[in-house]
Design a protein around this ligand. Structure first.
Ligand code: GLY
Ligand code: MN
Ligand code: MN
Length: 434
């Protein structure tokens, strides 16, 4: 399939779920960092999923009737030779219409005129209310303009639905085109983790290792990290969202790296933990192998027919057993699970959906029950143990923080580990770091 056909197919599918009405789906705004400097531009994931269009100031409009898309319209920036000297190429409506497979395309400056016309005599508007107050106002403004024409016999939409409810379910199941990109993103991130392991030595700084990650992402064509990289030596690994990345690495410490690139909009998300010196101490190895066993048990549960929560439960049971064996928790495994005493060392869940957003869309429960895993879903499996210094904790475990995270695709027969090539066993890690 040609690339634009994937997007056209998704728009058709959305129209059929809408049944009838008008969807108005804007991309993300550009954001100022300070004065004249912008943050690197990142399109809105819903908009991009349906268009493949990466420029700012785009709006997708889909008019649906009887579950058919009757019109697919793109609003985008007009050609502007003067601005293009400064900011670079822009498609403009005419070229964008053909290049991205639209029925119609207009300059974004036309939207206030055209949208009220499209909304006339429609019953339903599909919009992401609550996402952006300025957009909410524009939508209600257009609806009000239609309402003002009631004496001319035009009826205004009486219902607003959220298109995200429809799109989240679609985005949850990845198609072949998405999987191809996600496999590639995973490969680049694997390379980055390998390089980071090889570059790690005592006395280097966390940011020096971060530089190796970023170098590898960009070097292989990724557009960005998918989230701020965590490069956390020693006790910093016990701070779950540590992003300072400015401490010096110490012989005898572990280094936890949680980093993944974004490629063509798709995230990868890998965590590896390894010894700064290249060799695990005995206490580090105990905790590391416990987390690894928990991760393997969780990955084993990723298969169609199991529920979202099964991998988490499998990881918890292994971890709780280990915490009891190592004297970190007291009592039976069942009592530790029941009392949630394990949360002193493992306080987050074992994964999340992965896709255009690193914490991707899609409900985790349906009608109050954990949802069933289906082929095409992609998720992370990322158990950990974070042991801070405390009186009732054996001292040899103090400041050990370990997380191991892989990206997993649910397949018809089980799962595919997208990030399997990142070294993970004690032997693999120690060998690579020699
Ligand atoms: N890197 C974000 C996460 O692991 O969820
Ligand atoms: Mn993750
Ligand atoms: Mn992560």
């Amino acid at each position: 399939m040609e690339k634009i056909e994937h997007y056209m197919k998704r728009r058709k599918q959305l129209a059929s779920m809408m049944k009838s009405g008008v969807a108005v789906i804007p991309t993300a705004p550009e954001r100022l960092r300070n004065r004249d400097a912008h943050y690197p531009y990142r399109f809105d994931s819903y908009f991009y999923y349906l268009t493949g269009f990466k420029e700012p100031e785009g709006v997708l409009v889909i008019v649906a009737e009887q579950a058919e898309s009757v019109k697919q319209i793109l609003f985008c920036r007009a050609k502007d030779p003067e601005r293009e000297i400064w900011d670079g190429f822009r498609f403009g409506p005419e070229r964008a219409k053909d290049a991205f497979g639209f029925d119609e395309a207009y300059a974004i400056s036309e939207i206030d005129k055209i949208l009220p016309e499209l909304l006339g005599n429609q019953t339903t508007v599909f919009a992401a209310l609550g996402n952006d107050a300025a957009w909410d106002q524009r939508i209600t403004g257009w609806v009000n303009q239609v309402r003002a024409q009631s004496r001319n016999g035009v009826t205004a939409p009486g219902e607003i639905h959220d298109y995200r409810t429809l799109l989240d379910e679609m985005r949850l199941i990845k198609d072949d085109n998405e999987l191809q990109i996600m496999r590639h993103a995973a490969e680049i991130s694997v390379q980055a983790h390998r390089r980071a392991m090889q570059a790690t030595r005592p006395d280097r700084y966390e940011y020096e290792v971060e530089a190796e990650l970023l170098y590898t992402f960009y070097r292989h064509g990724a557009q960005s990290p998918a989230y701020t990289s965590i490069v956390a030596g020693g006790a910093n690994a016990c701070i779950l969202h540590y992003i300072d990345n400015n401490a010096q690495l110490k012989q005898g410490d572990l280094l936890l790296i949680d980093a993944g690139c974004e490629l063509e909009g798709y995230a990868s998300d890998i965590t590896r933990t390894f010894p700064v010196s290249g060799r695990f101490s005995s206490a580090q190895k105990d905790i590391y192998q416990l987390v690894l066993a928990a991760q393997m048990a969780a990955i084993e549960q990723v298969r169609p027919g199991n529920t979202w929560n099964d991998p988490h439960q499998a990881a918890l049971r292994v971890l709780a057993q280990g915490f009891v064996d190592f004297g970190l928790c007291q009592g039976s495994v069942d009592s530790v699970l029941e009392s949630e005493d394990y949360k002193r060392f493992y306080m987050h869940r074992t994964g999340h959906w992965l896709g255009l957003d690193v914490h991707d869309v899609g409900e985790y429960k349906q009608q109050g029950e954990w949802r069933t895993l289906c082929p095409g879903m992609t998720l992370t499996v990322e158990p950990g143990s974070y042991i801070r210094a405390a009186e009732n904790v054996p001292q040899h475990f103090w400041d050990i923080g370990v997380r191991i995270e892989d990206d997993v695709l649910v397949t018809a027969s089980g799962n595919e580990l997208l990030t399997a090539a990142a070294p993970k066993t004690v032997t693999e890690i120690e060998e690579l770091m020699q």
